[in-house]
Design a protein around this ligand. Structure first.
Ligand code: URA
Length: 209
C-alpha cells in the first residue's frame, strides 16, 4: 500500500490555516497556495538522488553534489491543480508540465477526459499529480489511471487537503502511489466538501462562484 505523508512543517501549517480562513480573499489565497506548494516541493523532493561532481570555489577545488538528473513531470488536474504549479516550478524549474482535465459523465459515471497533454517521455519521469483537494478521490484516481494507461511508471500524488475517503480510494486502486498532504481532514459532507476543508479550491483560486 502507498504511504501517506502529512507535512507538519510549521510554515506549511501556519499558511494552511490562513488558506482555510473564509475571510482570506482571492489574491492572498492564491499567494498562500503558491507558497505552500513551494514548501511542499521542498519536502516531496527529499529523496531525489544526488551525484558527485567537482566545483571550483574562490578558495579551492572541492567535491560537491548535484541532482542526478531524475526527470520530473508535474501533472495538475484542471482546474484547481493549476494553483500549485508555479510554486512547484520555482523549486523544480526543469520539470515538464502536463495537464489533465476530466469529469464524470453523470449518466454512465465513467470518467471523460476533455483535455490531456503530457510530456512525450512520461514513462521515464517521476510524475507528481497535483490535486489540491482529495475529496472522494474520483478525479485523482481517474487521472492516475489515465497516466498509467499512457505508460507512466512512477507516480506520486500531491494534495493540500485530503478526506479519508479519497486517501482510501487512491490507496486501494493505486497501491504503488505515495500521497503527500498538508493536512488530512475529518470527512466529507453530504455535498462532497471536505470538512473542515477550505471550500471550493478552484473558486477561491480564480475568484469564481
Ligand atoms: N473540491 C474542493 O475544491 N473542495 C472540497 O472541499 C472538495 C472538493
Amino acid at each position: 500500500m502507498g504511504n501517506v505523508f502529512v507535512f507538519d512543517h510549521p510554515l506549511i501549517q501556519h499558511k494552511l490555516t490562513h488558506i482555510r480562513d473564509k475571510n482570506t480573499g482571492t489574491k492572498e489565497f492564491r499567494e498562500l497556495v503558491d507558497e505552500v506548494a513551494m514548501l511542499m516541493a521542498f519536502e516531496i523532493t527529499r529523496d531525489l538522488p544526488l551525484q558527485e561532481t567537482e566545483v571550483e570555489t574562490p578558495v579551492t577545488k572541492a567535491k560537491a553534489k548535484v541532482l542526478a538528473g531524475k526527470k520530473i513531470g508535474l501533472v495538475p488536474i484542471l482546474r484547481a491543480g493549476l494553483g500549485m504549479v508555479d510554486g512547484m516550478r520555482k523549486l523544480i524549474p526543469a520539470a515538464k508540465v502536463g495537464h489533465v482535465g476530466l469529469y464524470r459523465d453523470p449518466e454512465t459515471l465513467k470518467p471523460v477526459e476533455y483535455y490531456i497533454k503530457l510530456p512525450s517521455d512520461i514513462e521515464e519521469r517521476e510524475l507528481i499529480v497535483i490535486d489540491p483537494m482529495l475529496a472522494t478521490g474520483g478525479s485523482a484516481n481517474d487521472a492516475i489511471h489515465s497516466l498509467k494507461k499512457r505508460g507512466a511508471k512512477h507516480i506520486r500524488l500531491m494534495c493540500l487537503i485530503a478526506a479519508p475517503e479519497g486517501v482510501e480510494l487512491v490507496q486501494k486502486e493505486h497501491p504503488d502511489v505515495d500521497i503527500y498532504l498538508a493536512a488530512l481532514d475529518e470527512k466529507l459532507d453530504e455535498r462532497g466538501y471536505i470538512v473542515p476543508g477550505l471550500g471550493d479550491a478552484g473558486d477561491r483560486l480564480f475568484g469564481t462562484k
